[in-house]
Design a protein around this ligand. Structure first.
Ligand SMILES: *Cc1c(COP(=O)(O)O)cnc(C)c1O
Length: 353
């Protein structure tokens, strides 16, 4: 088999289980986020076996895929539904994350037509400036939502560290908790979900300074921490988790001794202007049949003793240093989140479980 992504389910199970147990101590449930797996039913099953209680995805297509594969867990669409996908959202997702009343009204109408109840989690803006309504507007929004037929207001949530890298901390998390208290008091309800954020919240939750004072937060949405075993804030490994769940395998199609420096007049290359290369004399250059169409080549870690020198649509160029290679040999790379997303979604990469 040629270019492929090898996926170790046992390691996914381990990572998910460890995180579920560590968070259970604080009364926090885990929604397993499937988007980096293209809604893989096999991986969703492993999430659930490991103790994840809900599944989430930013794409309704992936949720539909998991539902049709008979994955039985509550599903959340964690990106605001598109107006053009309202019926599909109501049909396949139990809950969706929302910030626009117009969309929630459309969900209410669609849910009423098919006699279902659709859950709403309101996303609150806490400073990272991606999705969310401003905290001052939450009360009015909730007042409107709870009047809508076939809609169940489930709670509030926030998402940080995705656009501007704003980190979850005592201040923004306390703001979310205070908001949950004030909404509950104002409307005489007890919201069931206060979803504190994504994998980037783990550092704050487990920090000694936090000392378990996590307020109302009772849910996290975890993708990267389970799949890559790393803290997204600094990409350092999380203690006790596997960081090598995925391997991207490529095949060598050329192996030659070549000069390390190009010659001729230098203009733009396929992906921008390359930075100047230090002259190392002749090197062992290996050409692999993987490129930007298969992954984010900048997010790959080669095995020890190899260095990625460059890449284009269909090739990666490696310095093979002292390694003796044959045509057809395979090289296994570690992937970061961006490389994982691109390999999972590339039709040229086979997925091997
Ligand atoms: C992608 C996403 C997550 C999961 O993020 P990870 O860093 O992979 O844990 C959680 N919430 C929202 C809204 C997302 O878009």
């Amino acid at each position: 088999m040629s270019v492929r992504l090898e996926i170790n389910l046992r390691k996914i199970h381990h990572n998910a289980h460890v995180l579920v147990e560590r968070l259970a101590v604080y009364g926090i449930s885990v929604t397993g986020i499937a988007k980096a797996t293209l809604g893989s039913p096999a991986i969703a099953e492993v999430f659930l076996e490991a103790g994840v209680t809900m599944l989430g995805d930013s794409r309704i297509e992936n949720i539909e895929k998991m539902k049709k594969a008979n994955i039985s867990a509550p599903m959340s669409l964690i990106r605001s539904p598109m107006l053009s996908q309202i019926e599909r959202t109501v049909e396949f997702s139990d809950t969706s994350f929302n910030t626009e009343l117009e969309i929630i009204i459309a969900l209410s109408r669609a849910a009423k037509l098919v006699n279902r109840t659709h859950g709403i989690v309101l996303m609150v803006e806490l400073g990272d400036l991606r999705e969310g309504i401003m905290p001052d507007d939450v009360e009015d929004m909730v007042r409107s939502i709870i009047k809508l037929p076939n809609i169940e207001f489930k709670g509030i949530g926030a998402n940080l560290a995705c656009r501007n890298g704003v980190s979850p901390d005592a201040i923004n998390m306390a703001e979310l908790s205070a908001l949950a208290d004030s909404i509950d008091n104002t409307f005489g309800i007890a919201m069931s979900i206060v979803s504190g954020g994504n994998s980037s919240n783990l550092e704050w939750i487990f920090s000694e300074l936090t000392a378990g004072h996590i307020g109302r937060i009772n849910n996290l949405r975890l993708g990267e921490a389970i799949l890559l075993g790393r803290n997204p804030l600094d990409r350092e490994p999380i203690e006790g988790l596997y960081t090598d769940v995925f391997k991207l395998i490529g095949e060598i199609i050329e192996f030659k001794v070549k000069p390390s420096q190009p010659w001729g007049e230098i203009a733009h290359a396929a992906f921008g202007t390359p930075s100047p290369i230090r002259n190392q004399g002749d090197i062992s250059q290996a050409l692999l049949a993987i490129g930007e169409q298969d992954t984010d080549t900048e997010g790959l870690s080669p095995p020890p003793g190899f260095k990625v020198l460059g890449a284009s649509s269909d090739h990666i160029i490696l310095n093979a240093k002292e390694n003796h290679l044959a045509i057809g040999d395979e090289i296994a790379f570690g992937v970061n989140y961006s490389a994982l997303l691109r390999s999972m979604t590339s039709p040229f990469v086979s997925k091997v479980i």
